[in-house]
Write a protein that binds this ligand. Structure first.
Ligand code: GAL
Length: 417
């Protein structure tokens, strides 16, 4: 006899069986790729919150930064007709899944929680498919950061850089001091993360928008883009020979323990510093990537909800959606994750200086035009085009391809998709 049947028999015998067990057992299965130290701590908060609400948590964690492996796993499950309750999907991809007809309408939760009033329209629009909520935002990550170990700078006699000229002066000094200047993991999504910050730092937000959001051929094939690739080529020379395939959090660990000086990465890296007990401004610095002080590449993590069967599972799904949007959750999750809340009405009191800078900069750039979606993190363009750009950048990082050849390949790749 299976465990469940034993329990059912026992309960029935005791006369306690008022509703069938299956209807009581509510569960949410959540697909995500939050598997590094800081990320796992953040995901655990959601599990805790759901369990406190009487909903059990089935973890569907798929390791692999940037989520490529997770998306492959998700496709397989949806094709097999067994989609999870929710999955970590974001940006234009939510629309792609919406078109497949597999996402659930969660307007009831949105109405209950007054989401329209607590989310900026730019955010709520992304969460809706054909005017109905199908996803819920978890946070806002800023991608254009440079993470720096100040001890390493000191040892090398270098100063914190604000533009690429200063950046390469610092990188030279760190290299001369016998340390690794740039911590990097040679994976296509990490290459693309560095690339978009370099494009932003080279051409500014308006150029970034034209080139990497509107995919304007004239901007893709331009002297500014060539300059960006030249800078990327130079960056390559400061990365250690063991970078191929290295996970992003291991690269962050190199900055944390002083093996390396600097890393280009979104602020999920801060989750690793926090998990290691490090303090911003003292143990590490969060600087805007060189030349990007006045811009903000945003990356909004969200959980898209899939059609589930049965009233109890639907109820559990709506409970999950409302839990994610609660100010308590958005506070504790983002304190661990390195990001900032997606919704209004969360106290700033417990957030550190990096998070406060992110909040203020997001606000300022939303007025100045410097707020742009991250291409490397699935916020700017559809997944096929983003994949095509990522492939070109990865080829550039792993070969002797010239900057001229790279821009031509970019134009061709984007056109072909
Ligand atoms: C981003 C995602 C973050 C973090 C990171 C590393 O795309 O938005 O939440 O998981 O990848 O995997």
């Amino acid at each position: 006899m299976k465990l469940k049947h034993i329990a059912q028999a026992t309960l029935t015998a005791a006369g306690l069986m008022l509703v069938p067990l299956s209807a009581m057992a509510t569960e949410v299965e959540v697909l995500h790729y939050w598997t590094s130290g800081g990320e796992a701590k953040s995901a655990a908060e959601l599990k805790k919150l759901m369990e406190a609400k009487g909903v059990s948590w089935k973890d569907f964690a798929v390791a692999g930064g940037g989520g490529e492996n997770a998306m492959t796993a998700l496709k397989a499950r949806v094709i097999a007709g067994s989609a999870p309750t929710a999955a970590q999907i974001k940006g234009p991809s939510i629309q792609e899944w919406g078109k497949e007809g597999v996402l659930a309408n969660i307007d009831a939760a949105a109405k209950d929680g007054k989401w329209d009033a607590s989310l900026p329209k730019v955010v709520s629009d992304v969460m809706k498919y054909k005017g109905h909520y199908v996803a819920v935002p978890v946070n806002v990550h800023r991608v254009n950061w440079l993470w720096v170990n100040p001890e390493v700078l000191k040892k090398a006699g270098a100063t914190a850089p604000t533009n690429f000229d200063e950046f390469f002066v610092a990188a030279d000094k760190i290299k001369k001091a016998g340390l690794i200047a740039i911590a990097h993991g040679g994976q296509p999504w990490q290459d693309a993360t560095v690339f978009e910050s370099v494009v932003l730092g080279t051409g500014g937000a308006a150029f970034y928008q034209k080139a990497l959001v509107q995919l304007d051929p004239g901007s893709l094939n331009s002297p500014t883009m060539i300059k960006a690739f030249d800078t990327l080529a130079k960056i390559k020379t400061y990365i250690d020979k063991d970078a191929a395939g290295r996970d992003w959090n291991l690269a962050t660990a190199m900055v944390i323990n002083g093996k390396a000086g600097m890393q280009f990465m979104g602020d999920w890296a801060k989750g690793e510093f926090s998990a290691a007990g490090k303090q911003p401004g003292k143990d590490y610095l969060c600087l805007p990537a060189p030349g990007t002080e006045k811009a903000f590449t945003f990356n909004i993590d969200s959980l898209a909800m899939f059609n589930v069967k049965g009233a109890d599972q639907q109820k559990a799904q709506l409970t999950l959606a409302n839990a994610v949007m609660s100010p308590e959750f958005q506070e504790v999750f983002n304190l661990n994750k390195g990001s900032i809340p997606a919704r209004a009405g969360v106290s700033r009191a417990k957030f550190d200086s990096c998070a406060l800078k992110s909040m203020d900069d997001m606000d300022a750039t939303s007025k100045s035009g410097g707020l742009v979606p991250s291409m490397a993190h699935g916020m700017a363009i559809d997944s096929a085009k983003a994949g095509a750009i990522q492939d070109v950048v990865a080829r550039f990082m792993n070969s002797t391809m010239t900057s001229q050849a790279a821009v031509q390949a970019l134009v061709k790749a984007v056109k072909a998709k």
